[in-house]
Design a protein around this ligand. Structure first.
Ligand SMILES: *Cc1c(COP(=O)(O)O)cnc(C)c1O
Length: 283
């Protein structure tokens, strides 16, 4: 099925990620107000225009697989922003999907996947990894400190480092395991009470702590607020990363990854555009 058709059937509300997706035909592009946007407004506007163009282009390539289409959109957004497509890693978020749904992507040569639950990943991935060498697994969901050991053993990157107690637990787990998955500090970029992520004012101290205890801090991650144009939040995350000398930017999901790429995303986390809608809105 083509990506345009898929998007209509996507679950409207992804409670875990906390995002509501606009339906096709919606014309609401509300503008977020983010405090500090150095030179951002113009770039953000361009990014929005580019993303809309990319979405149209993607609908025209109906014979391609969702994976091909997604890769093409990433490449197009990167080029339009003067970036190299190879600088953007596509994380195929396979949460809730069984091995049978994941294999076609592995067969097509894709190797970078994301899961949001340690337990689910531990059940699904050992077998797939044995069958397909070179898999890189990213944890994109919230992590409890008591699962740090298991997460460090299973994942190659952790995108949800968001509090001092978790930093300590991960440092201990990494020392014990002698294995150091790349860490992204998750930022509560829209300052939403119900969302995970470090508050923006607490970010400098958390990054300092993570570096001091030896976590390999690769970059920042965010899930912007639902129902609002995400570009200003992506721009803000990019600025925060620059301020802290971090290169990695994990931002952009099915509904907005092209916009994220134009604003500097190095890792996009794409689920439903690749796998179709998830069965449960809470998954
Ligand atoms: C589920 C999830 C994604 C993928 O969401 P889609 O909208 O299906 O692309 C990305 N990031 C996080 C943190 C998620 O939980």
């Amino acid at each position: 099925m083509a990506i345009g058709a898929r998007q209509i059937t996507m679950a409207e509300d992804d409670a875990r990620a906390g995002r509501k997706r606009p339906q096709r035909g919606d014309r609401v592009v509300r503008h977020a107000r983010v405090g500090h946007q150095p030179g951002g407004a113009h770039r953000v506007q361009i990014a929005v225009q580019i993303a809309h163009g990319a979405a149209i282009a993607a609908r025209m390539t109906e014979t391609n697989s969702p994976l091909d289409t997604t890769r093409a959109q990433i490449a197009q957004a990167a080029k339009l922003a003067g970036r190299k497509p190879g600088d953007v890693t596509l994380i195929a978020v396979s949460k809730t999907h069984a091995a049978a749904a994941i294999r076609p992507l592995l067969d097509a040569g894709h190797r970078v996947f994301g899961e949001n639950r340690v337990q689910e990943a531990a059940t699904k991935w050992p077998e797939l990894r044995a069958a397909y060498p070179g898999v890189e697994l990213h944890l994109v969901g919230q992590l409890q400190s008591n699962k740090a050991d298991e997460a460090v053993a299973l994942f190659d990157a952790i995108h949800s480092v968001d509090r001092p107690s978790l930093v300590d637990a991960l440092a201990k787990a990494m020392d014990k395991a002698g294995r150091r998955p790349a860490c992204f500090v998750q930022v509560n970029i829209g300052e939403e009470a119900q969302k995970g992520g470090c508050a923006i004012p607490d970010l400098p101290a958390l990054i300092d702590q993570a570096r001091a205890v030896g976590l390999p801090v690769a970059g920042l991650m965010c899930v912007p607020p639902a129902d609002i144009e995400p570009a200003p939040y992506f721009a803000l995350l990019a600025k925060l990363a620059r301020d802290h000398g971090l290169d990695g930017l994990s931002m952009g999901m099915s509904a907005d990854y092209s916009t994220a790429v134009t604003l500097g995303a190095t890792h996009v986390r794409v689920g439903s555009a690749l796998f179709g809608a998830r069965a449960s809105a809470t998954a």
